[in-house]
Design a protein around this ligand. Structure first.
Ligand SMILES: C[S@@+](CC[C@H](N)C(=O)[O-])C[C@H]1O[C@@H](n2cnc3c(N)ncnc32)[C@H](O)[C@@H]1O
Length: 216
């Protein structure tokens, strides 16, 4: 089964409130996004699925809100919940490792998507996409399973991260400005340890002067 079929079958067969990653209130994400963009600029939620984060972003009045997901069924759930407000959101169905271009943004948010990219080539494409999409000086929020988090989710293997490994994965242009640990309680009351990093995208020249061994 390919990724698209895999995720569609999950969103077809389970209630959105029963999936292990369900949050009734995406509090950590909201707080980090508000920290990253106090002026409420342009946000993209990558792999947003049926998350309630989009409701909060629209209610706050962010300048533009884009939600991307590989599963159109997940996005249909979110649209149905939002009703008329769904028209205020830019919805994109696609695989983050395949998509050529995304609307420019001030804040990139990803809760529990990067950690499914177990192939280095996919992770390289993901980082290329972030770098092309986020404005210089903009912010990237990534939440993944922590190093003591689950080894699998939805039957798929994951990569687990801490501040060091996530910073290395993203590369020298991403400056870690805040990190936090979070214990997520699943709908069946299991604890899952997450790591969240808030990064600033540095200009190429600044990043290359910080990177050991690089020449300007
Ligand atoms: C664990 S869920 C998290 C959903 C949401 N971020 C949240 O916190 O509720 C992972 C989401 O990523 C989506 N996804 C998985 N792989 C993807 C990919 N390669 N490109 C885009 N979306 C993907 C899935 O459809 C699913 O909605």
């Amino acid at each position: 089964m390919d990724r698209h079929e895999h995720w569609n079958s999950i969103y077809q067969t389970k209630a959105v409130t029963d999936v292990s990653w369900f949050e009734s209130d995406p509090q950590i994400s909201v707080e980090l996004i508000n920290t990253a963009s106090s002026s409420h600029g342009r946000v993209i939620d990558v792999g947003g699925g049926a998350s309630r984060l989009v409701d909060r972003l629209v209610a706050t009045g962010f300048e533009s809100v884009t939600v991307l997901d590989i599963s159109e069924i997940a996005l249909e759930h979110a649209k149905a919940r939002l009703g008329a407000q769904a028209a205020q959101v830019h919805w994109i169905v696609g695989d983050i490792c395949q998509i050529a271009e995304l609307p420019p943004c001030d804040v990139w948010h990803d809760r529990a998507v990067l950690h499914f990219l177990t192939e280095p080539n996919d992770r390289r494409k993901y980082v290329d996409s972030v770098t092309r999409t986020v404005r210089i000086g903009g912010h990237v929020i990534i939440g993944t399973f922590a190093v003591d988090g689950p080894l699998k989710c939805s039957g798929l293997e994951v990569c687990r991260y801490d501040a060091g490994t996530l910073s290395r994965e993203l590369g020298p242009r991403f400056k870690l400005v805040r990190e936090l640990s979070h214990t997520h309680l699943t709908p069946t009351s299991k604890q899952q340890h997450f790591f969240f990093g808030l990064f600033e995208l540095l200009p190429l020249l600044v990043a290359s002067t910080l990177s050991p061994g690089s020449s300007v």
